[in-house]
Design a protein around this ligand. Sequence first.
Ligand code: SAH
Ligand code: SF4
Ligand code: F3S
Length: 441
Amino acid sequence: MNSRRYHLTTFGCQMNEHDSERIRGVLEESGWLAVDDAELADLLIFNTCSVRESAENRLLGRLGEARRLKNERPERLVALAGCFAQSRQAEIFDELPFLDIAFGPRNIGDLPALVDAAESSAAPVSSFEDTLAHSGELPSRRLDRYRAWVQVMTGCTNFCSYCIVPSVRGPERSRRPADIIDEVKRLVLDGVVEVTLLGQNVNSYGPEISFASLLTDLDAIDGLRRIRFMTSHPKDLSPELIEAIRDLPSVCEHIHLPVQSGSNRVLDRMNRGYTREHYLGLIASLKERVPGIAITTDMIIGFPGEKEEDFYRTMTLAGECRFDGAFTFLYSPRSGTEAAGLTGQIPSGTMKRRMGELIGLTQQTALANNELLLGTAVEVLIEGPSRQGGGQWRGRTRTNKVVNFSAAETGDPPEAGAFAQVNIDSVTSTTLRATQASGHD
Ligand code: SAH
Ligand code: SF4
Ligand code: F3S
């Protein structure tokens, strides 16, 4: 066993965060140790994202430091993983000549062999082919003791016209239900109380069983208190799933349901496969059947050809849905996607003005929703001391809202991974402030 040291930096979505846990898992299984300080590492790995230009720019900034560290100690290895590496596989070693290793999201299992090969060769080494193996079956090194991500599917076959994910992560494939259930049982035995099921479009899970049936099977696992999932796609969200959210005790009352735009013309050009009316119908049905459900979304501003009237359709939709939170993205063309060839790019000043208006509106609805919680008691899963200090603790409601709370004077002191009841005293659009009602259970 060697005890060489690696340093890992992750960009991008939860899928990438979870892939990084697999990267840690395979490396630590072959004797590598994680270090926080890149200067001390023998191997620097960047797990990259390509979904927006801003993610790529941040990465390129960080790679400057990697080049410096490589020059300082040439035997140090630098590896690029993830979606950006996959999308630039043809030119990556020309563009970044200090790189030793590059591999895609489907090739994490190859990493130990790539490291061995890089050590014995002067030329860079890579692995990008589509393997049928799920990274879900690789060893994983979780950063959290009581919360875990579980991959239920990989890839995506939806081809939204702006999106690079299908081309970098390959076609959609579901993991077998038995493998997922086994993994969750093992996690629960290991102390996990909350799982988040991951897939680009969990609603199209199958074909062996539906996603709602998978939730039913997972809900039956003793000791699992909370199940979350993301991302849901509006075109595949079934009435059966809405009922599962309502009826299954461990399935949390929160859904992330990206709408992208409120204009049918834009939705059609985005190839999203649903209309504004369909989306509004889903929201009405979710709110009616699952009282208190929190709904969050993603919206893209400035898709090519987005007119003022299209943007206002997005504004009125957001006003009607009264979202609890929204990630708003400025459109950026990704090469190789259908939308990159569209005319009608929106000037950046217009995009920013629209973004400001949309953010203002979603903050208002989020605040109004949170105000309805004032004076109520809610259950939180404690995450640890609050970043705000002052002896405060931080927890999360079933609806995925962050709560900063002060501990009760009696009962057990708060502890990460435990549950507590708290009374909501004050709110902002993004956080709740509370007082613990009694010691945790
Ligand atoms: N599979 C998920 C999300 C994938 S990417 C889904 O379908 O909802 C996360 C978010 O990034 C998307 O929801 C979208 O809002 C945003 N996004 C993707 N490509 C983009 C691009 N080219 N420009 C701007 N935002 C983009
Ligand atoms: Fe991209 Fe659309 Fe797939 Fe989401 S559903 S990953 S936005 S192609
Ligand atoms: Fe995620 Fe970025 Fe890849 S959002 S799927 S890491 S392109």
